[in-house]
Design a protein around this ligand. Structure first.
Ligand SMILES: Nc1ncnc2c1ncn2[C@@H]1O[C@H](COP(=O)(O)OP(=O)(O)OP(=O)(O)O)[C@@H](O)[C@H]1O
Ligand SMILES: [Mg+2]
Length: 269
């Protein structure tokens, strides 16, 4: 299938010294939801920053490999141009303007796009259609929204850009399980109705694989296992160590066992 995003064997180094990505490759087919999973520090956020160009703000650099959006290399393309071209990165920790109201946040997102003439009209109404809670709170300062509502607003700001690909960094972070389900259902609906491809970075493997068609699991800066989402969900190792389902007899394993297992680096063998 035609890919909207291809990450091809990239290496990333911070501060010219610390290598974090070691030959990472993945692809997002047009209009698909792809999950990128892995534990703390695996390099998930670094992967998204490499694509969106935000790496340079943190003294990071892609030292090898290539990243292509719609078949064209992103090398040297400024981040603001990427947004206009249809690639939107929703960063970890719901970045919204806290001193602006919900509505002003959405208006600001629209202004940021004036360089991309088409497809911006009606954006606010579309956002309110997907997130009725935001409509109810549209005159409230974003800083006073709940964590879940801020995550909705961050997603809404992305929607205004009518992107072809949204990269979402841990939308479930710090949210109650019911709210996570609600947000993921809306993400799936946006994907279905708008045809927007989603690269979903998560530690929560279960909810991600439920809406994704394909998944990658990364450890220590590279992909260690990948496959169709249903295959990953059925994979015994993935079930045991990423979905928190017990071993063969169904017994619960302790966190320490898991740590120990990981130290043996079985994923890498
Ligand atoms: N700006 C930076 N400078 C130096 N090292 C960094 C920087 N940002 C991240 N790192 C390191 O790179 C590694 C990967 O970090 P990254 O944030 O990409 O992981 P992650 O998979 O997103 O983790 P988490 O699930 O905790 O968000 C970590 O070891 C981290 O300490
Ligand atoms: Mg991260």
């Amino acid at each position: 299938m035609d890919a909207v995003l291809e990450v091809d064997n990239i290496e990333v180094v911070y501060n010219k010294t610390v290598q974090v990505l070691r030959g990472l490759s993945l692809r997002v087919p047009r209009g698909a939801i792809v999950a990128l999973l892995g534990s703390n520090g695996a390099g998930k956020s670094t992967t998204l920053k490499s694509v969106s160009g935000l790496l340079s703000l943190e003294d990071g650099e892609v030292t090898a490999g290539d990243i292509r959006f719609n078949g064209q290399s992103l090398k040297g393309r400024p981040p603001e141009k990427m947004v206009r071209d249809g690639l939107f990165h929703v960063m970890e920790g719901r970045r919204v303007f806290e001193d602006l109201t919900v509505e002003e946040n959405l208006v600001a997102a629209t202004y940021a796009l004036t360089g991309r003439g088409q497809g911006v009209g009606g954006g606010q109404e579309m956002v309110y259609d997907y997130f009725p809670r935001l409509k109810e709170r549209r005159r409230q300062l974003a800083g006073y929204l709940s964590g879940g509502e801020q995550q909705m607003l961050a997603l809404g700001r992305a929607l205004i850009a009518r992107p072809e690909l949204i990269m979402l960094d841990e939308p479930s972070l710090g949210l109650a399980p019911l709210l996570v389900e609600e947000i993921f259902e809306i993400v799936a609906r946006i994907n279905r109705e708008q045809g927007t491809a989603i690269l979903l970075v998560e530690q929560n493997a279960a909810v991600s694989l439920a809406i994704a068609s394909y998944g990658y699991i990364m450890e220590n800066g590279k992909i260690v296992i990948d496959g169709p989402a249903d295959k990953l969900t059925d994979n015994e190792d993935v079930r045991e160590f990423y979905l928190g389902v017990g071993g063969k007899e169904g017994e619960a394993r302790s966190y320490r066992d898991i740590k120990h297992y990981k130290r043996r680096k079985r994923w890498l063998s």
